[in-house]
Write a protein that binds this ligand. Sequence first.
Ligand code: IPE
Ligand code: IPE
Ligand code: MG
Length: 251
Amino acid sequence: MSLIKEKIDPEKLPKHVAIIMDGNGRWAKSRGEERTFGHKNALHAVRNAINACNEVDIPYLTLYTFSSENWKRPSDEVSTLMSLLTETLVEETESIFSKGLRLHVIGNLDRLAPIVKEQLQHVMDLTKDNTRGNLVLAISYGSQDEIINAVKNISNDVKNGNLEIENINEQLFESYLYTKNFPPVDLLIRTSGETRISNFLLWQIAYAELQFLDILWPDFTKDIFFQCIVNYQSKERRYGLTGDQITSSKF
Ligand code: IPE
Ligand code: IPE
Ligand code: MG
């Protein structure tokens, strides 16, 4: 039993945790290996995050798996990442299903090879009735792209007379995003020491707590995840109010 896990307050869990899984290349380089060695060694860290979330019953976990900008990497790295994604999905299907997780994918899937799309669709269909938790993979995902798409679709709906400009508000805008059925992100974690967002969930992290960790992604463990939750629970989320207002509303 993890001592850190015991410190988690089950009443104050985040509903949605998102992770920028960064640092695979540097992890490999520090061992004198090719970058792809880091990607291959990242799988157990992904499992650690999924299992930790599942153990404490956090309903949404979004993993930044491949960004729209990552397509610009050397083609051999891109193809290794795509093969790893497909192989991992095949290997992990049973485990995702048996944990009661439902798989979702967000991003511009048009750019993915048919085999990758088919495998993703297969796991999404298989797990569509699962209700214990939601695993969201951001693949070929770029937040600016997502927002521009939303603006285009909203504009079309206004043009076609299906939407009044007066009815455009935050809630409506959200319903045009890939994440329309998910709660906003409560906690965003990034590994590798970088303190940037890299075009991830810009709208959805408006009031998220941000945690930047110095470790590289392949070294991510369940206890590190639990520690992030403990740190998250020590924060007072004020949403623009004063501390006194927040304290008095608790009684
Ligand atoms: C994260 O690790 C994986 C992806 C972006 C697909 P990186 O490959 O970015 O590793 P670093 O940041 O170069 O070390
Ligand atoms: C963000 O990491 C994308 C993923 C983790 C999938 P990057 O390594 O691509 O981000 P930058 O280039 O350092 O900003
Ligand atoms: Mg990186």
